[in-house]
Design a protein around this ligand. Structure first.
Ligand code: 13P
Length: 250
């Protein structure tokens, strides 16, 4: 199955960095893209239109391309929401995907499961594919509550109307994000089996949290891991390419 490799640039990058990084990603992946893996890049909102245009200029081959996704959206279609971005504004810029419920939004901005579900539903209505993030904190895992937390997040954050065509689920244990601590292969296998059981066979399930070139092959070959959501390492073109290549066996 084609793996999905998503780069979440978070709040990093200006136009010049993006142009350089895209140039270094597009050429090495052009032979494999959409064969061994698909790629979605999620730059900050300020760069979405710029990255889409730059990728179109760099052009890969045939129908294959790198998709562009946003890191968040609002649940309303328009209105007095200063600083927010509606899903339709994202499709207007050429986005096909949007991340919702990232732990940095849940924990840094107090987003609840219900808010995440409302955002995802609005994104689906606009025709976007949502990447809905789930994951327990370190204290929840230490207390042995990780399966319950993720079950509650699945129940609360996936809106009605979720299908494998409009949704990707990303398991990102909060304690593994940006810490260099990766979940063990057993942790990943157990949690992905748990998510698979609840979300069904067709759902794409990503792992995220300190994915690097050195651990990508093992993570990507774990059962029920359909791809990875990469933060820090997606800012280094060579590392991101190496992670994608791990999906094609190196
Ligand atoms: P890191 O890869 O930097 O741990 O970040 C993971 C992440 O949050 C991706 O969304």
């Amino acid at each position: 199955m084609t793996k999905l490799i998503v780069g979440n640039w978070k709040m990093n990058g200006l136009k010049a960095d993006a142009r350089l990084r895209l140039g270094e990603i597009v050429t090495p992946v052009s032979a494999d893209i959409d064969v061994a893996y698909s790629i979605v890049l999620c730059p900050p909102a300020t760069l979405l239109g710029y990255v889409r245009q730059a990728l179109d200029d760099l052009y890969i081959c045939g129908e294959a391309t790198i998709s562009v996704g946003a890191q968040d959206c609002h649940a309303e279609s328009h209105g007095a929401f200063t600083g927010d971005i509606a899903p339709r504004m994202l499709t207007d810029m050429g986005c096909t995907h949007v991340i919702v419920g990232h732990s940095e939004r849940r924990h840094g901005h107090g987003e609840t499961d219900a808010q995440v579900a409302a955002k995802a539903q609005a994104a689906h209505q606009a025709g976007l594919i949502t990447i809905i993030c789930l994951g327990e904190t370190e204290s929840e895992r230490t207390a042995g509550h990780h399966f319950d937390v993720v079950s509650r997040q699945i129940k609360g954050s996936l809106p009605s109307g979720v299908t494998p065509a409009n949704t990707v689920v990303a398991y990102e244990p909060v304690w593994a994000i940006g810490t260099g601590k990766t979940a063990t292969a057993d942790d990943v296998r157990e949690m992905h089996a748990h998510i698979r059981q609840q979300c069904g066979e067709g759902m794409t399930i990503l792992y995220g949290g300190s994915v690097k070139p050195g651990n990508a092959a093992e993570i990507l070959s774990t059962p029920n891991v359909d791809g990875v959501l990469v933060g820090g390492a997606s800012l280094v073109a060579a590392d991101f390419v190496a992670i994608a290549r791990a999906a094609s066996g190196g």
